[in-house]
Design a protein around this ligand. Structure first.
Ligand code: MEV
Length: 443
């Protein structure tokens, strides 16, 4: 269940252990969830040793919680796992700025993944294609026979597509099996089905099957989230329409820059992935699969602005920002989102289980929308900062505690140095941090 309220006044000011207690109460979490978050209750060595090979230890990163998210009318608290300051704060801040219009709205596809089967050596690729398509029903049935549990839960192979591609090794016939993976990410189900139908595919096509593997370009499993931000919400004060309109124009121009220029789009999408990868990692997902799908989709869906023809694509933005007829800012994100709640690390990693429990999602579809909404909010946070004061002001303010530690500050000195520098309004540089620390030690 999502929480009743994601707007947690003063949450950031609490000590870490009190934040955990507050979340446990709000999200009705179990004792083991809270223990999993505390530094020594995370992934034990035996579990780690079962997850991958040649294990020598575990590696920790902070878990921060983004607040203020309302998606499809429900409140969500969203855990991020990452090392970069200002990401969690920016996402929370932007999530608060679309509440006048009800927060984020999702419209995801069904959880359909693609499995690819590569056939080489077909004497007549067109004929092979026709024969495979003619045997579609038999192939779908074979696929479904190996995963009765997925079928029982309403999933299974839905369709078969065939493409012929030209390659340096000559023409290849590529079969796509389209599999509804329900609440699984789907790699195991899809790969098993693809391997199962190999002999049948060889017999039908009279070619040789080589690869049988899932595609991370999950174009049939897109997550889509949008939100509307009023000019007032976009302004610093929260009620300055004229200033908000200026900011909206800046955000739209920043988006147009990313849309037209792959150099900028790469950094623009990096900001989106700051949230998407962090939430995916927090929830025990295969974040590399999500990342490869996202970046590939950024090209797949983006026609080259120079000629705008259907064949020529270039890397572009995963989000879209425009001004509507009421001068509100409308943002949307669309990208493949292969996530699962059954199987994988989410079943064995205690902190991942705690994080999923905090979000309160019970289906992969809901997790997909939460991750996509966090990416949209994150992108706006970056664009809004870039189009106004610049990224360094906010980033450095939040990074200053790390800088104080780097300068050699003791625990008791870190917050004093950080708040003095923030309050001074001076430019935050490593030299300024060292000077503030030296000054504190003289006093
Ligand atoms: C930094 O981690 C992310 C940004 O560079 C994203 C962007 O430029 O849009 C701030």
């Amino acid at each position: 269940m999502p929480v009743d309220n994601s707007r947690l006044e003063g949450f950031y000011k609490l000590p870490v252990s009190e934040r955990r207690e507050m979340l446990a109460e709000i999200a009705n979490l179990k004792k083991e969830h809270v223990e999993a978050w505390s530094s020594n209750g995370e992934l034990d060595e035996d579990s780690a040793d079962r997850m991958i090979e040649k294990v020598i230890g575990t590696y920790s990163l902070p878990i921060g919680v983004a607040t203020n998210f309302i998606i499809d009318g429900d409140h969500y608290l969203i855990p991020f796992v990452l090392e970069e300051p200002s990401v969690v704060a920016a996402a929370s801040n932007m999530a608060k700025r679309c509440l006048a219009n009800g927060g984020f709205t999702s419209n995801n596809d069904d959880p359909i993944m693609i499995g690819q089967i590569q056939i080489v050596g077909c004497k007549n690729p067109e004929m092979a294609k026709t024969e495979i398509l003619a045997s579609k029903n038999e192939l779908i049935e074979r696929c479904n026979s190996v995963d009765p549990i997925l079928v029982k839960f309403g999933g299974g192979c839905r369709d078969i597509e065939v493409r012929i591609i030209d390659t340096d090794s000559g023409p290849m016939v590529i079969v796509h099996i389209l599999v509804d993976c329900r609440d699984a990410m789907g790699a195991n189900a899809v790969n098993t089905m693809a391997e199962t139908i190999e002999p049948t595919i060889e017999a039908i096509s009279k070619g040789t099957v080589i690869l049988r593997i899932i595609s991370n370009l999950a174009v049939h499993r897109l997550a889509r989230v949008s939100a509307i931000f009023t000019p007032e919400e976009m302004s610093e004060s929260g009620d300055d329409e004229a200033r908000g309109l200026e900011i909206i124009d800046g955000v739209v121009q920043a988006y147009h820059f990313a849309k037209a220029d792959p150099y900028r789009a790469t950094t623009h999408n990096k900001g989106i992935m700051n949230a998407i990868s962090s939430v995916a990692l927090a929830c025990g997902q295969d974040w590399r699969a999500i990342e490869s799908g996202a970046h590939s989709y950024a090209t797949y869906k983006n026609p080259c602005p120079e000629c705008n023809c259907s064949n020529c694509k270039t890397y572009g933005s995963l989000t879209k920002w425009e001004k509507n007829s009421e001068d509100n800012l409308v943002g949307s994100i669309e990208l493949p989102m292969a996530v699962g709640l059954v199987g994988g690390a989410v079943r064995v990693h205690p902190a991942a289980q705690a994080n999923v429990a905090l979000i309160g999602v019970e289906s992969a579809d809901d997790l997909a929308k939460v991750i996509a909404a966090s990416g949209l909010a994150q992108n706006l946070g970056a664009l809004r900062a870039l189009a106004t004061v610049g990224i360094q002001a906010g980033h450095m303010k939040l990074h200053v505690r790390n800088m104080a530690v780097t300068a050699g500050a003791e625990d008791s000195e870190v917050d004093i140095v950080a708040s003095r520098l923030r309050d001074s309004g001076a430019r935050i540089t490593q030299a300024a941090v060292i000077e503030a620390l030296e000054q504190l030690r003289i006093e």
